[in-house]
Unconditional design. Structure first.
Length: 591
C-alpha cells in the first residue's frame, strides 16, 4: 500500500518548512530595501544629503591667549584672565527669540536687533545654523550668572565657551601708553599699535553634530590656536605709579588743566615712567573723556619756553663762541626791529655772566648771546638735538613738533626760538634733548619698548634699535651742566624748590605762553615746566615735568620744580643711587 500521511499534514517544525518560509521573508526584505535604494539613488537623489545635513557641522573658534604687556621687571600692565563667550543654538532659541534677545540686551548690553537675528532659525552657507556668538570676552562670573538666570526663565539654547578677558591689574598706571581693547578689537595705545604681536591667531574646531550633540565618530578637524607674544616695556611699575600720583597732586593743587611727567634713564634713554593727568582706568576706559585716553607727553604739541635755553647756550659753547663766564650787559628791555623783548622779572641794566643768564632765566641775555650764531647754526643744532622730528618710540599719534625750516627764519624768529618760543615740541622729544646734555653731549634715541617690536605701520622699535649720536662735545655738556646747577641754588637761582637734599641737581625752568586755538595768538595761558638731571656730575635720571595753565599763576620753578624734586628723590632711592659727595658749581652769575 502506498504510504499515507498523518491527518495533520507535514509537521510545523520540520526543517523543510522553516527553510521555505525563510526564503520568502528574505525575498520580501530585499524587495523593500531595493525599492528604498531606488528611491534614494534614482527617484529622490537629494534626500540622503538632506539627512546628512540635518546632522550638521559645527565650527567653533578656539581663542588664542593674548600676550601680556609687562613692565621692565615682568610685572603685568595688561594681562588676560578667565572669561567666557556666550553662544546660542538658533534651533533651540528660536521659539523664544524675542524674549531671549531682550534678556541678553539687559544683561550683556548686546545689540538687540543683531542678537534677535542670530537667535532665530537661519542658514549659513546653505546649512542650518546651530552655533552663533552672542557676546565675547565676558567675565566668567557674569557669563555664568547670565546662563543660570536664563535656565530659571526656561530659555533653551544658550551656552558658554572659554574666551579670555583682558584685564589691567594696575588700573590707571601706565594706561595712557598701554591703551585698552573693546569687545572685539584693540582701540588705543600699545594694545592697538602692537596688536599683531599680542593677539596671536585664533584656532578652530569643526565637528559633526546630530540632534544638538556632537557625534563621537563623526568627522572632526582641529586647528590649534597660536597664542600671542608678550610685549615688554621699559616702564617701572612702581616708579610709574609714584610719578602719576605726584603729577596728579601737582595739577590739582595748582588748579591746572593738565600735565605730564617723564622719567628717563640717562645712560640708556629708556623711559622709566611716562605719566599723564588727567588719566583713566583702562578697565573702564569708556567712562572717561576721549581727550584723556591718549598720552599728552607724546601727542600734545606746545612751546617749551626757557627749558630750550640750555640747548641754545650749549650749542654756543660747542662752537667756541661763549663760555659760562662770558659777560653780558642785560638792559631792562631789548628793542629788536619793531618789537621789544622783555624778561619775566623787572630789572634795570644788570651785568650777568652767561651762567647768570641761565640761573635767572633771562630772555634778553639769551638773545644777546644767540646773536653770535651765524645763519643756520642754531637750526642745525636743534635738529641734532631731535627737535622737529618724532622719536618714533611706538606711540600712536606722536607729534613731530614744529621747528620752522632754517631758510625761513627771520632775525625776530631766531630771537624767539633762542628762548623757547616759535618752536613746538612733544614731551619725550624735549626730555631726550635735555638728556643729551646729561649724557655728556651724546643723544640716545629714547625708547619705551624693551628689545624689538614691530608697530602696526611696520616700524621696528625698541631698545635693540637705539641710536647714539654726538651733538655737542663732552666739554660743552659739562659746562652747561655747571650753569644748570645754579638754577636750583637758593641764593641765586629761580628754582630752589627743585633741589634734592644731599644730591647735586642740574635743571632748567620753563614758562611759555600758549597759542590759543580760537584766536591763533598768545591768549594769556601758560605752559610751565622743569627739566633736569641728578646727580648732576654723574647723571642717573633725567626728569621732565610739564603743567598746562596753572590757575594759581605759578611758574616752572614753583609749580613743576617741587614735583621734579619729589619724583627724583624717589627714583634715586628706589635705584639705590648714592650722592657723589662732590661740591656743586659755584660759577659766578654776575660781574
Amino acid at each position: 500500500m502506498p504510504a499515507t500521511t498523518s491527518p495533520r499534514g507535514t509537521r510545523r517544525g520540520s526543517p523543510q518548512l522553516r527553510l521555505r518560509v525563510g526564503f520568502v521573508v528574505i525575498a520580501m526584505l530585499l524587495s523593500v530595501f531595493g525599492a528604498r535604494l531606488v528611491q534614494l539613488q534614482g527617484l529622490d537623489p537629494n534626500s540622503y544629503a538632506q539627512m546628512a545635513a540635518a546632522a550638521g557641522q559645527r565650527n567653533v573658534v578656539l581663542p588664542a591667549a593674548r600676550g601680556d604687556i609687562l613692565d621692565r621687571n615682568g610685572e603685568p600692565l595688561a594681562d588676560s584672565v578667565d572669561g567666557l563667550m556666550v553662544v546660542a543654538d538658533p534651533r533651540l532659541t528660536a521659539p523664544d527669540a524675542a524674549e531671549i534677545a531682550t534678556f541678553l540686551y539687559r544683561k550683556l548690553n548686546v545689540d538687540y536687533p543683531t542678537t534677535l537675528a542670530k537667535l532665530r532659525e537661519h542658514e549659513i552657507d546653505g546649512t542650518e545654523a546651530r552655533f552663533e556668538y552672542i557676546a565675547r570676552r565676558v567675565p566668567s562670573t557674569i557669563a555664568t550668572e547670565v546662563i543660570e538666570e536664563a535656565k530659571r526663565h526656561d530659555f533653551k539654547g544658550l551656552d558658554t565657551r572659554r574666551d579670555p578677558v583682558r584685564d589691567y591689574p594696575a588700573g590707571d598706571v601706565g594706561a595712557n601708553l598701554v591703551g585698552f581693547i573693546g569687545t572685539d578689537e584693540p582701540l588705543a595705545g600699545f594694545e592697538r599699535t602692537f596688536d599683531k604681536q599680542l593677539s596671536g591667531t585664533d584656532g578652530s574646531a569643526r565637528y559633526e553634530v546630530g540632534g544638538g550633540n556632537r557625534l563621537p565618530l563623526g568627522e572632526s578637524t582641529v586647528t590649534d590656536a597660536v597664542n600671542g607674544k608678550d610685549l615688554k616695556t621699559t616702564l617701572d611699575l612702581d616708579l610709574q605709579w609714584y610719578t602719576q600720583r605726584v603729577l596728579r597732586q601737582t595739577v590739582e593743587d595748582s588748579g591746572a588743566e593738565s600735565g605730564f611727567a617723564i622719567v628717563m634713564d640717562t645712560r640708556s634713554a629708556e623711559l622709566l615712567a611716562v605719566a599723564d593727568y588727567p588719566t583713566y582706568d583702562a578697565n573702564n576706559a569708556t567712562a572717561s573723556p576721549k581727550a584723556d585716553l591718549g598720552s599728552r607727553a607724546l601727542q600734545d604739541v606746545y612751546e617749551p619756553g626757557s627749558v630750550e635755553k640750555v640747548l641754545t647756550v650749549s650749542s654756543l659753547i660747542d662752537l667756541g663762541l661763549v663760555s659760562p663766564r662770558t659777560k653780558i650787559v642785560v638792559p631792562p628791555e631789548l628793542k629788536r626791529e619793531d618789537r621789544a623783548i622783555g624778561d619775566w622779572f623787572p630789572h634795570g641794566t644788570i651785568p650777568l655772566t652767561l651762567a647768570g643768564v641761565i640761573a635767572k632765566s633771562s630772555n634778553i641775555g639769551t638773545v644777546l648771546a644767540a646773536d653770535k650764531f651765524k645763519q643756520g647754526q642754531l637750526d642745525a643744532y636743534l635738529r641734532q638735538f631731535g627737535l622737529g622730528q618724532r622719536t618714533d618710540i611706538g606711540v600712536r599719534g606722536e607729534t613731530p613738533g614744529l621747528l620752522p625750516p632754517g631758510n625761513t627764519w627771520t632775525h625776530q624768529m631766531q630771537d624767539r626760538i633762542a628762548f623757547g618760543q616759535s618752536v613746538s615740541v612733544n614731551g619725550a622729544q624735549m626730555a631726550a634733548a635735555v638728556n643729551t646734555i646729561a649724557n655728556g653731549g651724546v643723544r640716545i634715541s629714547p625708547n619705551v619698548i624693551e628689545g624689538s617690536a614691530t608697530t602696526d605701520d611696520g616700524k621696528q622699535v625698541g631698545t635693540d634699535h637705539a641710536t647714539r649720536k654726538r651733538v655737542i662735545s663732552a666739554k660743552a655738556a659739562h659746562q652747561t651742566m655747571l650753569m644748570m646747577e645754579r638754577v636750583v641754588d637758593p641764593d641765586v637761582g629761580v628754582a630752589p624748590g627743585a633741589a634734592v637734599p644731599g644730591y647735586r641737581v642740574a635743571g632748567k625752568t620753563g614758562t611759555a605762553q600758549r597759542v590759543g586755538a580760537e584766536c591763533g595768538c598768545y591768549d594769556g595761558t601758560d605752559t610751565v615746566s622743569f627739566a633736569g638731571f641728578a646727580p648732576a656730575d654723574d647723571p642717573r635720571f633725567t626728569i621732565y615735568v610739564v603743567v598746562q595753565n596753572p590757575g594759581n599763576g605759578g611758574g616752572g620753578g614753583s609749580v613743576a620744580g617741587p614735583a621734579f624734586s619729589k619724583i627724583m628723590s624717589y627714583a634715586l632711592r628706589r635705584y639705590g643711587v648714592p650722592p657723589t659727595g662732590t661740591q656743586p658749581s659755584r660759577l659766578p652769575v654776575d660781574w
